[in-house]
Ligand binder design. Structure first.
Ligand SMILES: [Zn+2]
Ligand SMILES: [Zn+2]
Length: 271
């Protein structure tokens, strides 16, 4: 299982020089499993991943959406695959928002007031598939996916992806309550080889962000240890933190647990 980070920022992209060491694009992670491409979230990292996939001749991808807040869908309309015939995007997302189907949610991104090209004019194949939070399914032969609903405004989905004897957990946009444990999330993380975790805010800043739906590296490390997870990637940094601030968060996290690291745009990991 090869993993590459194309966007690690939360909330909004930041294109200024003091954000570029960790990266300014929003949520997007590429997985390559058995020669196929799985994409976690369609933030502003997605168009650049798309260009790279076109260079590699990859036409078919699976897109797993955590949710549809703008930092997770903002790159979708600029993903070139959707404008090219004989290219296919299989979109998976939870059916948990106002009774809307996954196709409805994608159509809304391409509405006339937001974008010049509408859904019905796309020449590619968009295969939209919904699941119920908590469902498990085989994405394709040999890749098993488990899901869990996270605590977030309009909710977000955690994915546990099991393939080739390895386990990756993607858990972003989740708010923890100090002193309480999301037991379902710990179960998702059990014995994971890598957990990508919502490390948006420092513990010091979190009290002023209650209800915004985010967490800290400290909580991620606590859950990983409870679950016996092997490594954790800090992810979805607040755009209020520049590289120096994220670096000091990473240093503090590594002093607490040497199995944690700060995800950076362009970083690749093989499990
Ligand atoms: Zn987000
Ligand atoms: Zn969100």
């Amino acid at each position: 299982m090869r993993i590459k980070f194309w966007g690690v920022r939360g909330s909004v992209s930041c294109a200024y020089p003091d954000f570029l060491e960790y990266g300014g694009n929003t949520s997007c992670v590429e997985l390559e499993i058995q020669g196929r491409t799985i994409i976690l979230d369609a933030g502003t990292g997605l168009p650049w991943l798309g260009n790279d996939l076109l260079k590699r001749g990859i036409r078919d991808v699976y897109l797993l959406m955590s949710h549809f807040h703008s930092d997770h869908i903002g790159g979708f309309n600029y993903f070139k695959h959707i404008y090219i015939p004989e290219h296919r995007v299989e979109v998976h997302a939870a059916l948990n928002y106002n009774g809307l189907s996954v196709e409805d949610l994608i159509r809304k991104q391409l509405a006339e007031n937001l974008h010049p090209v509408q859904y019905e004019h796309l020449p590619s194949t968009l295969d939209c598939r919904g699941f119920h939070p908590g469902d498990a399914f085989d994405l394709f032969d040999g890749v098993h996916v488990k899901t869990h609903m996270l605590t977030h405004p309009a909710s977000s989905t955690c994915y546990r992806i099991e393939a080739d004897g390895k386990v990756l957990v993607y858990a972003t946009d989740t708010e923890h309550t100090p002193g309480q444990t999301d037991a379902g999330l710990v179960e998702m993380m059990t014995d994971a080889d890598l957990v990508i975790y919502d490390s948006t805010y420092t513990e010091e800043d979190l009290p002023s962000k209650i209800g915004w739906g985010h967490s800290s590296w400290n909580e991620g490390v606590r859950l990983c240890r409870m679950a016996g997870a092997k490594r954790m990637a800090m992810y979805h940094y607040s755009p209020d933190y520049n590289d120096d601030q994220v670096k000091s968060m990473e240093d503090a996290a590594r002093a607490e647990w040497d199995r944690v690291f700060g995800a950076k745009e362009g970083m690749e990991i093989v499990l």
